[in-house]
Ligand binder design. Structure first.
Ligand SMILES: [Zn+2]
Ligand SMILES: [Zn+2]
Length: 484
């Protein structure tokens, strides 16, 4: 039997070789270290991908008209499955082409997320470019999703109409009479439209659908439970159809058919599409926006920060308690966090922007993901389900060049490698003392656009040495980050 002391020593020395080098490593030593090496294996998104069956894919493609229902019937015997498989792959390629995605014909994580996302049931085009001919319309809420409740439904629907109509010369208000121009209701899977024709939701993931002008009715799916964010964002989308807008391939558009983001306002491209159909509202008529946000503290008066991040454009932000600060400005006043990232809570634990330009925020046991400052649909979610193995209440988190994550909490750290199963090995957590000079109880960490790794504690920052596993001495934030 091996002497225990030597065995333990060997394990630790092996680990310290394996896990400690976020910086460059000699290629000869890298056989077990692939995930820490600065190679070109860039993971686009570290999250675990949703479960998607072959049937889900086919239903999805059928709904958008890329796969024909009748195809399988014409194929007999053993060749049927193979033929359907080929056809699915071909249809997937067509879909990817239409959505301007890489045309692989295979299911990558990105495709799986799109297929699993709730979506709108409108499939046809507004080929006649129909729009409303009158400038004043009414709507009536006949029924509303029980998960939302009448008061919240009324408030959200009004807010969504106002969000669109403040840009154009069209007034749409809730009517008080029994009849209205636009009817809004919650419907079963198979139901009837206003003219008594059969109308159906094509799948359980269909959030709602709507009619083009000059009908404009909106049907919500009564099989679904809506969160307030999802209800508002879906309502904004459906009103887009009510006004005459079609689906759009751009993921940042409110008219993208999959609800992958929670929109709170109308993106510029959709405003432009709308203004191509309707006259602009005169500025004087526009309801004036009152800013209720009181200005926050000055950056240079902060005793510590909660987190630091680079957004997709490369701008660096500090978050502290209720406020965010843009670091390129001279001693800026804090602005309320929710004015830049809607629905994000205050006092964030950690944040980073991943290689696919999505920004992840962590607080307590939950995770928020934003793309272009819009919350992705379905968030917040549990850290334990999205990035299993990482702790709750973390102090800091950063992404290595190869796409893995290092989470820090107090004096411990965790290494998350999305390519491994499980992504966090049983060797973790380990003590931050593995990195010589690393501050214990750090506030934040950053993989900066200059390629280096920085750690923050109180009013000091620390830089990871590019040569080894050592962290340089603390420097005052004013010497690099704060313009005071
Ligand atoms: Zn739609
Ligand atoms: Zn319907």
């Amino acid at each position: 039997m091996k002497p225990l002391g030597i065995y333990v020593f060997l394990v630790i020395s092996h680990l310290s070789t394996v896990y400690l080098a976020p910086a460059r490593i000699d290629p000869v030593e890298t056989t077990n270290l692939e995930y820490l090496v600065d190679g070109d294996v860039i993971s686009t998104d570290p999250r675990s991908s949703p479960e998607v069956t072959e049937k889900d894919v086919q239903d999805f493609l059928r709904q958008f008209g890329f796969l024909k229902d009748t195809y399988a019937v014409h194929n007999v015997g053993n060749r049927m499955d193979q033929a359907l498989e080929d056809q699915t792959s071909l249809a997937l390629k067509k879909f990817q082409h239409r959505m301007q995605l890489p045309e692989t014909g295979t299911l990558d994580d990105d495709m799986k997320r799109l297929i699993a996302a709730p979506r709108c049931g409108v499939a046809e085009l507004n080929s006649g470019n129909e729009k409303w001919s009158r400038k004043s319309l009414t709507y009536k809420i006949r029924s509303f999703p029980p998960s939302i409740g009448l008061d919240a439904a009324r408030k959200n629907i009004k807010r969504a109409f106002d969000e669109w109509t403040r840009h154009i010369d069209l007034n749409i208000t809730e009517g008080t009479r029994s009849n209205a121009d636009i009817y809004i209701s919650t419907e079963k899977e198979i139901h009837k439209d206003r003219l008594g024709m059969e109308c159906r939701f094509s799948s359980n993931s269909t959030v709602a659908h709507a009619f083009f002008p000059e009908i404009g009715d909106i049907h919500y799916n009564n099989m679904l439970t809506y969160s307030p964010e999802q209800f508002f964002s879906a309502t904004l989308h459906e009103i887009g159809h009510t006004l005459g807008l079609e689906h759009n391939n751009s993921r940042t558009s409110i008219m993208f058919p999959m609800h992958i983001r929670y929109h709170t306002k109308i993106p510029l491209q959709d405003r432009s599409a709308l203004l191509a159909m309707y006259d602009a509202r005169r500025i004087a008529d526009r309801p004036r926006k009152v800013s209720l946000a009181s200005p926050g503290p000055r950056l240079c008066s902060l005793p510590k920060i909660d987190t630091i991040l680079n957004d997709a454009s490369g701008a660096t932000f500090i978050l502290a308690e209720d406020y965010y600060f843009l670091l390129s400005e001279f001693n800026p006043k804090g602005k309320p966090i929710s004015t830049k990232w809607p629905h994000l809570p205050t006092n964030i634990d950690a944040a980073f922007t991943c290689h696919s330009n999505k920004t992840f925020f962590f607080k307590g046991s939950e995770l928020w993901v934003y793309a272009e400052d819009q919350l992705e649909a379905g968030y917040p979610r549990a850290i334990s389900s999205e990035l299993p193995g990482l702790p709750n209440d973390m102090s800091a988190l950063y992404q290595t060049r190869a796409g893995s994550l290092i989470a820090v909490k107090g004096k411990h750290y965790w290494f998350y490698n999305p390519a491994k199963k499980p992504p966090v090995s049983s060797h973790f957590p380990r003590l931050v003392y593995d990195f010589r000079g690393m501050p214990v109880n750090m506030d934040a960490a950053l993989h900066h656009t200059d390629g280096r790794f920085y750690f923050f504690q109180g009013r000091n920052y620390f830089t990871l040495s590019t040569k080894g596993f050592t962290v340089g001495p603390g420097q005052p934030l004013e010497s690099k980050w704060f313009r005071c």
